[in-house]
Design a protein around this ligand. Structure first.
Ligand code: ATP
Length: 443
């Protein structure tokens, strides 16, 4: 029977995450640091599956998207142009009851306009982390840690377009760290102050923008399905008018039903020409696009897909977490889609003699040679070894027994169905390749 009550899943994931090496509190031996996290040996594998899959779908498989990797520190004028320096320099108050944040000058009276709760004292708050370049800490040396990766793309729009000879419509994609001095953090890695974004800025003609918006909305939703996330726990939610940024024409969030409720995984937004207009105005550089056929010179509209790597990792963990019973014994398992599982296969010698360990190690070596993270485990009963692998979501466990040494066959046990098949070692690679191929995944 599958897990029905998901209310305790976040706590279970936090402890399993630490125990099994997915996610640790940052600098834990010093007591940690508020809401910053480190990815352990299995966590980093999972995270890399996320970014690799995104990059493959968005960049590698498409002729019309190019990638880039901008510096985290940028000229501070970028953040003036983007509105980040100005728009966060407001007195912020926070409701102690519902945690909503407001600009003090937008609130009448001193109670929360949403729930009537008590508001904190106002403070000037900028979400961006401030730092200084060079030895002198003065206003002239201020720099900011980027709060989003998107601006690195916008300021390079012309560079990337000309260098890659792309024609509109086309996209520029980037994955990288972003930093926000969030007032409210929490829910494990859902909201932290240092996180990673996957952003695509799609530049198109204003006349085609609405179609592209629909296109990317669907494509992005489908990507989460391709990662094995359950369809009934995903939805697209259009922003209400008061949520929309003043320049945005439309925005939908891809949301996931976390154990703590529906929350944003990614925003897909029709940003109009706002970003490039701002950079044209502030930099004084004409970075408009010149259509080589029509000779029309214009500022393209941007459709943005902005997702969080960490939130996707959390989604994959929360979605995969399950508990069931096998023959009266409880087991905890992570039902990862095989192509994203941190460990693809584990190989067990039935006993530590008669050539079994050597054969098992040879198989591990062969699988690792294919870049499939695989491990050798000879500790404890086979049942215990299975449980260890179920808990970290390893889809295939391969057992080498006495027969294997004789006839070069092994048993492969499937994590979800528990079915065991006996196959020739020669055909093992093909057998696994077929099942580890993301094109074969369904949700
Ligand atoms: P929220 O409303 O949750 O604060 P946002 O609307 O400010 O998010 P965006 O500015 O649209 O977020 O950022 C795009 C994506 O970056 C988000 O969908 C999310 O996946 C990720 N992200 C943003 N802030 C954080 C954070 N503090 N921690 C982890 N991921 C984040």
């Amino acid at each position: 029977m599958a897990l029905e009550d998901r209310s305790t899943v976040m706590d279970k994931l936090t402890s399993l995450g630490k125990r099994k090496g997915f996610i640790f509190r940052s600098s834990e031996i010093y007591g940690g640091l508020g809401s910053t996290w480190d990815y352990g040996p299995l966590g980093v594998e999972l995270k890399r599956s996320v970014t690799a899959s995104w990059w493959s779908e968005i960049v590698s498989k498409r002729e019309d998207v190019v990638g880039m990797d901008a510096a985290i520190l940028m000229n501070p004028d970028v953040w003036k142009a983007s509105g980040h320096v100005g728009s966060f320099q407001d007195p912020l108050v926070e409701c102690s009851k519902c945690n909503r944040r407001f600009r003090q000058d937008h609130v009448e009276g001193d109670a929360c306009p949403e729930c009537g709760g008590e508001l904190s004292d106002p403070r000037m708050f900028n979400l961006m982390f401030k730092t200084f370049i060079g030895p002198v800490e003065d206003e002239g040396s201020v720099a900011w840690l980027r709060p989003e990766t998107a601006q690195g793309i916008f300021v390079n729009f012309r560079n990337a377009q000309e260098a890659s000879r792309q024609k509109i419509p086309f996209g520029i994609a980037q994955i990288g760290k972003a930093f926000r001095n969030e007032i409210t953090v929490g829910n494990f890695i859902f909201r932290s102050r240092e996180f990673e974004q996957m952003e695509l800025e799609w530049f198109c003609h204003p006349d085609e923008a609405d179609q592209w918006f629909e296109y990317w909305l669907q494509a992005r939703f489908d990507w989460y399905l391709s990662m094995g996330v359950k369809k009934e726990r995903l939805r697209l939610r259009p922003h209400t008018d008061d949520e929309l940024a003043h320049y945005a024409k439309m925005c939908h969030d891809v949301e996931y039903e976390f154990p703590f409720g529906w929350s944003e995984l990614e925003g897909v937004a029709h940003r109009g020409t706002y970003d490039l207009d701002q950079h044209i105005e502030h930099s004084g550089k004409d970075i408009r696009y010149l259509d080589p056929h029509t000779h029309e010179k214009y500022v393209p509209v941007v459709i943005e897909s902005s997702g969080g790597v960490d939130r996707t990792v959390l989604t994959l963990l929360a979605d995969a977490y399950d508990e069931d019973k096998i023959g009266g014994d409880e087991r905890v398992l992570l039902r990862f889609a095989p192509h994203i599982a941190p460990i693809k296969a584990a190989v067990f010698p039935l006993v530590k003699r008669e050539g079994m360990p050597e054969l098992a190690r040879r198989i591990v070596e062969e699988l690792r040679g294919r870049s499939w993270n695989s491990i050798y485990d000879e500790g404890g009963s086979i049942g215990r070894r299975y449980r260890r692998m179920d808990e970290v979501g390893t889809p295939f466990c391969i057992t080498v027994d006495g027969e294997s040494v004789e006839d070069q066959t092994v048993t492969v046990r499937d994590r979800d169905t528990l079915v065991q098949v006996r196959i020739a070692i020669d055909s093992l690679v093909d057998y696994l390749a077929e099942r580890l191929d993301p094109r074969g995944q369904k949700s």
